[in-house]
Write a protein that binds this ligand. Structure first.
Ligand code: G3I
Length: 366
């Protein structure tokens, strides 16, 4: 008797669970697709890690994105090996996925002060390389990596984050690239990449470009590079913004500034933190909560972003979100470990948030 009751309860619970899951799947299947919505204007992409390409995430990724960026696995600390041969697993899993499903792949990133092993800048005895030796290593590394991904990667972030955030200095002077080579490493990187693969599109990629001072530094740097015939195709405006300080006017000015130089614009790492950028601690007695007011505010700001992007669609070729859902966003562990953030259009269960709807509804509003 007890046994029968138990099995009846188990049957009920599993039926209810099945119905709930089915409703969730149905909801997902009925929402508009991000890439289908924006395809006439620009690519919609996402940053992902190979281990996230599983049965749960794959249908959502394919439904909403047509372009991928490796969040970490194509950076020098993942690929570089002192023997010069390169370490391509797990990046090749991402490549296989992109090929199987006909997705575009952005290459991220070749020359960066961060996520590059210290040994990249030293010889076998641990002595710092001089300029010519570092250029030789740059060339060998780029050749190895760019040849490996040649048939699938359509563009590369050749140089990442070379500009200083504040102060008088234009460049990030503490970067080993700058210390060893001076600013000349930028021109050299673009020339080298172009020589290796004249068909791939080459980008300079950075954050903070809505800040007028950093934008001015970027414009000055790009003008100088273009005057020296650097083969730059475009600029990646990363787009790590927040709901408190994002300004649609500044975004417009930044797009104008780069487009006036004749460069393509991509938004390469879009997310919208709900935290104030300078605020690492919760105010006394408060929790990090994602209230419906905050969600609504985030939706308004996402709409502002996409209204500017749609209005400038002829100058923008791609918009990439930095993470597949709030579950996997780097914002959850930076700048403060284990502080939850809610920066993406999908929540931790892949449900679309208000921001998702405000994004799709921003097309076309004019
Ligand atoms: O430390 C966390 C750990 O606490 C957490 O539980 C775990 C979850 O997976 O991640 C841990 O490790 C981090 C790792 O990536 C995760 O893959 C590392 O601490 C961290 O250094 C590393 O962070 C990456 C970061 O670049 C490093 O510079 C982020 O995932 C990645 O999103 C981020 O991407 C950069 C772009 O390449 C360039 N622009 C800025 C952007 C955001 O920082």
């Amino acid at each position: 008797m007890l046994k029968k009751l138990f099995s009846t309860i188990v049957l009920w619970v599993s039926s209810l669970l099945f119905l709930a899951m089915d409703a969730h799947t149905q909801e997902q299947a009925n929402i508009p697709s991000l890439w289908e919505t924006f395809t006439p204007m620009f690519d919609i992409g996402v940053a992902v890690e190979p281990h996230l390409l599983n049965d749960e995430n794959t249908p959502h990724i394919l439904r909403h994105y047509r372009s991928l960026t490796a969040e970490n696995c194509m950076k020098p600390n993942a690929l570089y090996r002192p023997d010069g041969r390169g370490h391509f697993e797990p990046a090749d899993r991402l490549v296989a996925f992109a090929k199987e499903h006909g997705l575009r792949l952005r290459g991220h990133t070749l020359v960066w002060h961060n996520q590059t092993p210290a040994g990249f800048f030293t010889d076998e005895a641990g002595n710092q390389l001089d300029k010519e030796a570092l250029y030789a290593r740059m060339e060998a590394y780029m050749t190895c990596v760019m040849e490996h991904f040649r048939d699938v990667v359509y563009c590369w972030d050749v140089v990442n984050e070379a500009l200083a955030d504040g102060g008088e200095e234009t460049y990030r002077v503490e970067s080993p690239w700058y210390k060893i080579c001076g600013k000349e490493f930028l021109l050299r990187a673009f020339q080298t990449a172009h020589r290796i693969d004249p068909d791939v599109r080459l980008y300079y990629n950075d954050y903070g470009l809505l800040n007028p001072d950093k934008r001015a530094k970027a414009v000055a740097m790009l003008k100088e590079l273009l005057a020296a015939d650097a083969p730059i195709f475009g600029v990646g405006i990363q787009g790590h913004w927040d709901i408190h300080t994002f300004s649609p006017q500044e975004l417009q000015k930044t797009i104008d500034a780069f487009a006036e130089l004749g460069l393509d614009v991509q938004i390469t790492e879009l997310d919208m933190s709900v935290h104030h950028p300078g605020n690492r601690e919760a105010p006394d007695g408060e929790k990090w909560e994602y209230t419906s007011e905050i969600e609504a505010r985030q939706a308004e700001v996402y709409a502002q972003v996409f209204e500017v992007l749609c209005r400038n669609a002829d100058r923008i070729s791609s918009v990439t979100f930095w993470g597949i859902s709030d579950q996997y966003s780097w914002r959850n562990y930076f700048p403060k470990k284990n502080r939850p953030d809610y920066a993406l259009p999908f929540d931790r269960n892949w449900s679309p948030k208000k921001g998702f709807y405000s994004i799709v509804e921003s097309f076309p509003k004019f």
